[in-house]
Design a protein around this ligand. Sequence first.
Ligand code: SF4
Length: 256
Amino acid sequence: MAKKPSESPVTMLGKLRAQHPDAHCELDHDGPFQLLCATVMSAQTTDVAVNAITPALFARFPDARSMAKAEPRELEDLINRIGMFRQKSKNLVGLAQKLVAEHGGKVPDRLDALVALPGVGRKTANVVLGVAFGKPEGVVVDTHVQRLSQRLGWTKEQEPVKIEQDLVRALPRDQWDIASHTLIFHGRRVCFARKPNCEGCSVKAECPSAFEAELVGRKPARSRAPAVQAAKTTASKKPAAPKKAAKRVKAPRVKG
Ligand code: SF4
């Protein structure tokens, strides 16, 4: 677990923003509807993969009204290079139909209305609220924001919802959106999950994990992997030795 940082999150975020002045949402889009669709599709896949398929998708279905009339199968043909494309196709058509039926074909700028759409959770809703409308209701916590927040000592939590609560307490509201983009940029370019480039980091003097970050902020399964593996190895070896020895050596020695 990370120790306390020597500077406030606001000060550290300022330094990170200076290092990544171009930090922004890296999903290509034109308007709230395309951003919403791209964000829904980005679950469990990369922005690069989504950006590779959205030009053809949005050329055919540029808005909610056109997509609402489509069959999910038509979308499947266009997005089948990303994971869960069948479910995502269904969600996209479903959310487009709901936008047409309940919001005049427009993307609402309220959290409650957004999370009522198929395939839209709090994270996706906050991406749309922050990027498209400039009024996020929280900080988007993806895998990079989670790892960085832990390494920087801004949270001791493991769950994204609790991490978000710590971040909204630590940062002023007008920085919630840019904080997320900046941490994601930093996570993709400097503070990698494996082998973070602490030498090239603008907050290495303040970061409590500097030069020893490999095991901080990693996903639980991965971060525990060496320990788990060691435990398994030990466990599998321990019983084996006594069993073999028991027949020939152990019994007479113990009882004697
Ligand atoms: S790169 Fe190193 S110093 Fe910078 S935030 Fe990550 S762990 Fe801390």
